[in-house]
Design a protein around this ligand. Structure first.
Ligand SMILES: Nc1ncnc2c1ncn2[C@@H]1O[C@H](COP(=O)(O)OP(=O)(O)OP(=O)(O)O)[C@@H](O)[C@H]1O
Ligand SMILES: [Mg+2]
Length: 334
């Protein structure tokens, strides 16, 4: 549904996006991750035909962003970093206005306005002036305008930025419910959100692609050396953490034993080995031989956060890349 090949975008001498390539299959939700200034918004603006690529190509539903921008725009709904709202308009008036721009008319227009008002949970503020809405409502009105023409592809630039946890959950559920009908790319800094919402992840850093994979594969890949978590217990009084650690370090193949949480009579260790599958049997035998109970043994989970930090370096510049809302309105074509 989306194909990006060797895409490069320069602003004067600044290379914002540097030869990135990726594909997104129909009906998927893809998380687009990267530190501030990585080039996420720039890539999204190229995909939405707001910015021409410097070189390389991008296509949506088989239409090239440079050659057939009208066909591309017809199939895309875009929520920029700042929702592209006219603050003096009322919610349903604004959605009707956007619907008209997107080519809807008459009964179809009215039907779609009502549909998105319900779908994005903004029907209760349909007669309110946008400038008086809370951020969460504005964000949902922004989503409503993005889906009003029922586009195949949704491009959402940090759709949950600045929302409170309850609003984040609501917006996340809404986005999830839109998948299937729509192919979605969403950029975010909230990594658990990607783990919960997306099937695929694209990570960029300083304009370069650093990873594109499924969430599962990325986690497996990041496990690298492989580590397991064990919780041991003793029925004969408290365990000596140092002695337990020493004993576990003697197990064949174990390279490091890191104490984790401990509570009375229970100790948890993260154990790194050359191959986590191979050390498990020896670990279990050592624990049983020492007279301890093995309460739990599992693969230590890696959060996307840790993977992200492994793959990207902290940004060294704090370049301000936010654009004003007028630019965002223009980018959304409203
Ligand atoms: N209009 C512009 N003119 C010049 N440089 C720009 C412009 N917009 C962005 N840049 C630069 O391009 C690079 C990528 O910016 P972009 O906004 O795409 O990053 P981002 O990944 O969206 O960051 P953020 O997480 O802060 O939104 C940055 O170095 C930024 O300063
Ligand atoms: Mg951005």
């Amino acid at each position: 549904m989306i194909a990006v090949r060797n895409l490069t975008k320069k602003y004067a001498h600044n290379v914002a996006v540097d030869r990135i390539s990726f594909e997104v299959a129909k009906g998927q939700i893809v998380g687009f991750l990267g530190p501030n200034g990585a080039g996420k918004t720039t890539t999204m603006r190229v995909l939405t035909c707001f910015l021409p690529p410097t070189s390389g190509s991008a296509s949506v539903a088989g239409f090239d962003v440079l050659e057939q921008p009208i066909e591309v725009k017809r199939r895309i709904g875009y929520l920029p970093e700042t929702p592209p709202l006219y603050l003096e308009m009322r919610t349903s008036e604004y959605l009707t206005f956007v619907g008209k721009i997107k080519g809807l008319r008459g009964a179809e227009l009215a039907k779609r306005v009502n549909y998105v008002l319900e779908r994005c949970a903004v029907a209760d503020v349909k007669d309110r002036v946008l400038g008086k809405l809370s951020k969460g409502y504005r964000q949902r009105v922004g989503l409503a305008q993005a889906i009003i023409h029922n586009p195949d592809v949704l491009i959402l630039d940090e759709p949950t930025a600045g929302l409170d946890p309850k609003q984040i959950n609501e917006t996340r559920d809404l986005i999830k419910s839109l998948a299937g009908d729509h192919t979605i790319i969403l950029s975010t800094h909230i990594l658990p959100e990607v783990e919960q919402t997306c099937q695929q992840v694209i990570i960029i850093n300083k304009g370069k692609l650093v990873a594109t994979d499924s969430v599962n594969n990325l986690q497996n890949r990041a496990r690298g050396a492989g580590s397991v978590l064990v919780e041991i217990a003793s029925r004969n009084g408290p365990l000596d953490p140092a002695a337990a650690k020493n004993r576990l370090e003697l197990v064949l193949g174990v390279t490091r034993v890191l104490p984790r949480t401990s509570r009375a009579n229970f100790l948890t260790f993260e154990i790194e080995g050359k191959n986590d599958l191979a050390i498990r049997g020896d670990l279990v035998r050592a624990i049983v031989a020492a007279g301890w109970d093995l309460n739990e043994l599992r693969t230590a989970s890696v959060s996307l956060e840790e993977i992200f930090l492994q793959l990207t370096n902290p940004p060294t510049d704090n370049s301000e890349s936010k654009q004003n809302s007028a630019t965002d309105r223009a980018a959304a074509g409203v």
